[in-house]
Design a protein around this ligand. Structure first.
Ligand code: FA5
Length: 348
């Protein structure tokens, strides 16, 4: 014998399936969904009504009500799919869309156009100078072993030079590289001599910051290995680099510099391009900025790289890329570079 509730369930199902199928748009469909399936929706209440059904009918009622709910859900889903498709098709058919308009006209507001960071711009220019001279561009890890960052570079644990670069230590004898020189011995193992390569990247130092010191900054290492290399060739290459990037003749100053991994070693300073040498906070009132230390690769480092110092020589430099950006664009404080401040970045 047919039970009364069966008719009621059939009627509700029929009504909501038909209503869903006729929903005019997505917003309309959403209200239909709430009316049928929301917390107080008609179908939800019907399912809950199971508690009022005679105990012997409860199981059958529960199953039938659940089936109604599933059916209505399916009908809504099918309609949603249909409406979404129709929307996309209408958009595609609308040929008033002009894809050549700039984005801001389409959005009707002033959307900003992105561009590459000044560090990226200068790095690309330096890479272009060196690749034209036959250098490979390499990318080495920022997390390094103590060996590659220090020991391979003739800086054993007891060496006072370790104090020159305060280090962020990680677990297991690893560290955040303090300089891109950490790639030197890796490169010697990776290439057959003779070779030439540059390796740019981010380096980290556990030190107090000021206008010319940041804890996270960029360097760009250069390494050339050949049978005969000279200080003259090294300095000439450094001059080529600086005039290509700074695009003007700049005063440079060469001083002896001590780094355990080069011999002889040099400090190459440039006249501060912010104050023209008069003295400012970027150059600590000295008129000069340390920019490009360099030298001839120490025989111990060649050995660590598997090269015989009787046969091979090399030169290396460690360009302060962040400071080169400061000099190129007259940036008064290195900390602006990684500040993420769009007001500053949008000038470039
Ligand atoms: C070095 O890091 C050596 N590895 C450079 C080198 C390579 C020498 C190869 C010889 C041969 P130094 O600690 O001086 O050296 O750093 C190199 C350059 O990085 C500096 O001249 C400076 O331009 C830049 N620099 C150093 N510390 C900072 C800092 N805290 N913030 C921004 N730039 C820095």
């Amino acid at each position: 014998m047919a039970v009364a509730w069966q008719d009621e369930l059939d009627a509700v199902r029929g009504r909501w399936v038909a209503t869903a199928a006729q929903a005019p748009d997505l917003a309309g469909l959403r209200s239909i969904e709430v009316e049928a399936l929301g917390k107080q929706g008609e179908v939800t209440l019907l399912v809950r009504k199971v508690a009022t059904i005679a105990p012997e009918d409860r199981r059958a009622y529960g199953a039938a009500a659940a089936a109604v709910k599933a059916h209505v859900e399916q009908a809504i889903e099918a309609r949603r799919h249909g409406l979404e498709r129709a929307e996309i098709e209408a958009e595609l058919a609308d040929d008033s869309f002009d894809e050549t308009l700039p984005a801001q006209s389409i959005l009707g507001r002033n959307s900003r156009q992105g561009h590459s960071h000044p560090l990226t711009q200068v790095q690309a220019e330096v890479e272009a100078v060196f690749t034209s001279m036959g250098f490979h561009v390499l990318d080495y890890p920022e997390v390094e072993s103590e060996f590659d960052n220090f020991e391979a570079l003739n800086i054993p644990g007891w060496h006072p030079a370790r104090e020159m670069q305060d280090t962020f230590w990680l677990q297991g004898g690893h560290l955040l590289r303090t300089h891109t020189s950490s790639g030197q011995v890796r490169a010697m193992h990776a290439f057959q001599a003779p070779f030439r390569a540059i390796f740019p990247g981010k380096v980290y130092r556990y030190e107090a910051t000021d206008a010319s010191h940041e804890h996270t900054f960029h360097q760009l290492e250069g390494l050339l290995i050949d049978r005969h290399v000279s200080v003259g060739h090294l300095l000439d290459s450094m001059r080529t680099l600086l005039s290509a990037i700074l695009k003007r003749d700049v005063e440079v100053r060469l001083r002896p510099g001590y780094f355990p991994f080069v011999e002889p070693g040099f400090e190459l300073d440039v006249q501060c391009q912010l104050c023209g040498g008069a003295g400012c906070s970027a150059c600590k009132q000295s008129g000069w900025l340390e920019l490009l230390p360099c030298g001839l690769v120490h025989p111990q480092v060649l050995r660590a790289g598997g090269l015989d110092p009787a046969e091979w020589q090399g030169w290396a430099f460690g360009l302060g890329l962040s400071r080169l950006v400061m000099m190129r664009f007259q940036v008064p404080d290195v900390r602006l570079l990684l500040s993420g401040d769009l007001r500053w970045l949008s000038q470039f």
